[in-house]
Design a protein around this ligand. Structure first.
Ligand code: G3P
Ligand code: MG
Length: 243
């Protein structure tokens, strides 16, 4: 079983800094976070970048699908101004640049593979290649995805890296699905979790992680149900509130 912290910074300190950027990771780290969650997709030339959406419009000054854009184009983008002018010029980070920052701060990572539909295999392969070459063995790593196909490719490409079965609502066949992918954890929306379902998952010997929890009282309730970790946009404040 993987050792998990109670709090995982969701896309970094994403309430205050632009999500999925090095600035957001650094802010979470300096605020005391020990683990970060990020979303990872690939460029048209197979370079993994941190990004949540298929399209570049919401979180950068670029446009089009990330998967259709070259790294040469992506490296020119401003991924910070949309959040706050103070972050103007913040780059869209590669997974490689992110690993360097995580290593600097000694942070654990939940890497969420976020493939554009149809691109599960090349996306996962490119991510596995970077992880194999650059991930520091001493740091904890947990790979998750809403895409069972991507998780299956991760199982093949990185069999020794822990996998998390990621869903919004826990489906009736969660046991079979998570077992087929040899997952160590279930990640689900906190809004749809019940105490009974949490107990079922914990009794199966799986870790349980919930997104996105920005209310400390809700976090306490979830922990009382056996939830191991919450993903939060406010890791520094959440840490302070939970003590
Ligand atoms: O991995 C947990 C959570 O990040 C999943 O939802 O949409 O925020 O990537 P989303
Ligand atoms: Mg995510």
């Amino acid at each position: 079983m993987i050792a998990l912290p109670r709090i995982i910074a969701h896309r970094g300190e994403s309430a205050l800094a632009p999500e999925n950027t090095l600035a957001a990771i650094q802010l979470a780290a300096t605020g005391g976070a020990s683990w970060i969650e990020v979303d990872v997709n690939i460029s048209s030339d197979n370079i993994p970048y941190l990004h949540h959406d298929d399209g570049l419009e919401r979180c950068t000054n670029g446009d089009g699908y990330l998967v259709s854009r070259s790294s040469e184009y992506l490296d020119t983008l401003d991924a910070g101004s949309w959040k706050d002018p103070v972050y103007a010029g913040e780059p869209l980070p590669t997974l490689s640049a992110t690993i360097a920052v995580l290593k600097h701060y000694g942070l654990g990572l939940n890497l969420e593979i976020k493939p554009t539909a149809g691109w599960e295999k090349p996306t996962t392969k490119a991510i596995c290649d970077v992880i194999k070459a650059e991930w520091p063995a001493e740091l904890p790593l947990l790979i998750s995805s809403f895409s069972p196909e991507a998780l299956g490719h991760a199982q093949t490409g990185l069999p020794d890296v822990a996998r998390g079965y990621l869903v919004s609502a826990i489906p009736p066949d969660w046991r079979e699905k998570s077992a087929a992918l040899d997952c160590v954890s279930v990640h689900c929306s906190q809004e749809l979790l019940t105490a009974e379902k949490a107990a079922d998952i914990k009794n199966e010997g799986l870790s349980l992680l919930c997104f996105t929890v920005n209310d400390s009282e809700r976090a306490k309730t979830l922990f009382s149900w056996g939830v191991d970790s919450v993903f939060t946009d406010i890791p520094t404040d959440m840490q302070a509130a939970l003590g």
